[in-house]
Design a protein around this ligand. Structure first.
Ligand SMILES: Nc1nc2c(ncn2[C@@H]2O[C@H](COP(=O)(O)OP(=O)(O)OP(=O)(O)O)[C@@H](O)[C@H]2O)c(=O)[nH]1
Ligand SMILES: [Mg+2]
Length: 389
């Protein structure tokens, strides 16, 4: 099944080259040696990323693999400056992170609606010959070419902006919880990997307050190396400020299952362990009071826990209290609603595993050749710009 939830895409981006400066000499009827009047070239277009809250996935970019900004126009007579090349704006959902597709290097991220970041700068326009006029050199017959374009293969990756991420083995009851506390309607069934793609829900809390919860596909041992649905979805909880671990009450060894989940997250990104954690023992309608107090003694001590049943509602409102407290105690609160604070985010470069996985899935993207003439122009020339235009 081809999914519509597209959370990564590889594209080929090229900014525009700067226009060349003109070498024009002014010649008019009564002033045949009017001196140099060649104008400056225009700036090449930038490639810009812009946050747009109307997008929830990167699906729309699957149909436009080449993103090329316009070239700056050349300068011309009369000191007339060439027009700037058209910028190319790529609209992306909030939570999009850009990487260099060849090296995996982190480039930038977009977290707010309307936020713009220049991904590739357009080349500056060359200076026209009139700029090079000096008392001893009255008629310079040269001008600067424009700066070259920049070209890069880019991977855009979406990392959902939610406050709470649900972490658990398949069948732990993650989707059931999300459905019971929010208006989201994820698919729920009694088999592993029911959830194939992340679901977000808004959980309303007291007095009109709310937070965003993300249900992601189940994690299994080895997920950080790609087992199960693997790496692909772990990144969506990288940004949650609170992680809610979910282990069913009828599990043989709750502590062990919790530790497996924890070690998968740690292998994926050690910074995940810095987040606030809560452990929910789910499906407690299947247990009696006696069993609950027995289990209680064997639970890990480094994490607050709570017994819940999403089916009967047992413990759910206390769970919301715990989540709300954790969200407000951590300063890393990222909310899709308020745009979030980004300072506490640590973006790694993309791991080689992940890079290979995405590059393999996306395949080669053809790179249209630049014209011959443009290459020549880029060679052996010194750009003498004083400062940014
Ligand atoms: N008795 C009981 N069953 C539950 C409870 N929560 C979930 N279940 C059942 O457990 C099964 C799995 O629930 P899901 O919510 O789909 O589990 P999940 O963690 O989202 O699973 P994946 O999407 O496969 O990772 C379903 O049959 C649910 O009806 C609960 O509180 N009590
Ligand atoms: Mg599910």
């Amino acid at each position: 099944m081809e999914s519509n939830f597209i959370d990564y895409v590889k594209i080929c981006c090229r900014s525009g080259k700067g226009g060349r400066g003109s070498t024009h000499m002014r010649r008019v009827k009564y002033n045949p040696n009017g001196g140099p009047d060649g104008g400056n070239g225009g700036r090449g277009g930038h490639v810009i990323l812009r946050g747009n809250r109307n997008y929830w996935t990167l699906l729309h970019l699957r149909y436009e693999r080449h993103v090329f900004a316009g070239n700056g126009q050349n300068g011309s007579r009369n000191k007339s400056t060439g027009a700037d090349g058209a910028d190319k704006v790529i609209d992306v959902p909030c939570g999009t992170v850009a990487y260099d597709a060849e090296t995996g290097e982190y480039l930038c991220d977009i977290t707010r609606d309307g936020q713009e970041v220049i991904l590739l700068r357009g080349g500056r326009g060359g200076l026209g010959n009139y700029n090079f006029c000096t008392p001893t050199r009255k008629a310079p017959r040269f001008a600067q070419p424009g700066e070259p374009m920049q070209e890069k293969m880019i991977i855009l990756e979406l990392k959902l902006l939610a406050d709470v991420g649900l972490v658990g083995f398949p069948n732990a009851g993650k989707s059931t919880l999300l459905a019971s506390v929010s208006a989201a309607k994820p698919k729920i069934a009694n088999y592993p990997f029911t959830t194939m793609e992340p679901n977000l829900g808004i959980v309303s809390y007291r007095e009109g307050k709310s937070f965003v919860m993300a249900d992601i596909p189940g994690i299994i041992e080895g997920a950080s190396e790609g087992k199960g649905l693997g790496l692909r979805f772990l990144r969506h909880i990288e940004r949650n400020s609170v992680l809610l671990f979910m282990v069913p009450g009828d599990t043989d060894d709750i502590r062990r299952e919790y530790e497996i989940l924890l070690s998968e997250l740690k292998t994926f990104n050690p910074d995940m362990l810095d987040k606030e954690r809560i452990l929910a023992i789910t499906k407690c309608d299947l247990l009696d009071e006696e069993l609950i107090s027995m289990l209680e003694t064997g639970l890990p001590s480094d994490v607050p826990h709570i017994f819940i049943s999403a089916v009967t509602g047992y413990g759910v409102s206390q769970l919301k209290d715990l989540l709300w407290q954790a969200l407000n105690s951590s300063n890393a609160r990222i909310s899709a609603a308020d745009g979030g604070a980004t300072d506490s985010l640590v973006h790694r470069n993309m791991s080689s595993n992940e890079l290979a996985e995405i590059n393999a899935a996306e395949g080669e993207i053809s790179v249209p050749e630049m014209e011959e003439e443009e290459y020549e122009e880029l060679e052996d020339f010194e750009y003498e710009f004083d400062d940014e235009p």
